[in-house]
Design a protein around this ligand. Structure first.
Ligand code: PEP
Length: 261
């Protein structure tokens, strides 16, 4: 059984004291155990503080972005090695807000994924269609293109350990989540594309998260679907209570799935 992941993307939110309080509430109250994975993505400048706060718990920490070179004259950039040095295990790559506001392109995303693998970070590779693309019936075409470019030149074994986050742009921060059924259909499609690319083992091992207005009310319905292996939570991850409820939903779904398997 694939382990469920509950990830919190704090984006450009919190000040240091807030980040520390949020992390310690999540660490203290989630009861997160080894049955699922919980990953926090705070702003870069609070990674150290959050990592120290969750030390000794199973909670993992990751960066919201990374650069595709390891060091040098790249003002303002952060390397895989720097993230590893701070105790990060994961990194978000290709988030739609970076594609939109920072000109992130498929070829750079591919380089970042390769760089993450070579430095020992697990990339959480974000893909998703816009409202216009969905309405035009282009969802599969867009996702296929993003995956084909993003994973170009990456071997099957690495693809097995990548995490893909399907985040329809129209659902991010809008309060309008895609339905569990819509997401399940898309995730099945994504698994098929991964299979064509990385082989059957990669297709069955890769974990595919959903992100887009996930909250305590819709989390269990999403997580109970066969091909939804976790959630990437934005807004609701800034509330310790809401995020802990989502973690609990994942633990409950995991227990149910185990009971029937
Ligand atoms: C995100 O930005 O990754 C996200 C899913 O945001 P939200 O949960 O706020 O829609």
């Amino acid at each position: 059984m694939r382990r469920l992941i509950v990830a919190g993307n704090w984006k450009m939110n919190t000040l240091k004291s807030e980040a520390s309080v949020l992390a310690s509430k999540i660490a203290g109250r989630s009861g997160a155990d080894e049955d699922i994975e919980v990953v926090l993505f705070p702003p870069f400048v609070f990674l150290d503080c959050v990592r120290e706060t969750v030390r000794g718990t199973p909670i993992a920490v990751g960066g919201q972005n990374v650069f595709y070179e390891s060091h040098g004259a790249y003002t303002g950039e952060i390397s895989v090695e720097m993230l590893r040095d701070l105790g990060c295990s994961h990194v978000l790559v290709g988030h739609s807000e970076r594609r939109r506001f920072s000109g992130e392109k498929d070829n750079n995303i591919n380089r970042k994924i390769k760089q993450s693998f070579s430095g020992g970070l697990i990339p959480v590779f974000c893909i998703g269609e816009t409202q216009r693309e969905r309405k035009a019936g282009e969802t599969e075409e867009v996702l296929n293109r993003q995956i084909v470019y993003g994973l170009e030149g990456i071997g099957g074994t690495e693809i097995e350990s990548i995490v893909i986050a399907y985040e329809p742009v129209w659902a991010i921060g809008t309060g309008i989540s895609a339905s569990a059924r819509q997401v399940e259909d898309v995730h099945r499609y994504i698994r098929g594309v991964v299979g064509r690319f990385g082989g059957g083992r990669a297709a069955s091992s890769v974990r595919i998260l959903y992100g887009g207005s996930v909250n305590p009310s819709n989390a269990a319905g999403l997580l109970s679907k066969e091909n939804i292996d976790g959630v990437l939570v934005g807004g609701a991850s800034l509330s310790a209570d809401a995020f802990c409820e989502i973690i609990q939903a994942a633990l409950d779904v995991r227990a149910l799935k185990e009971a029937v398997s």
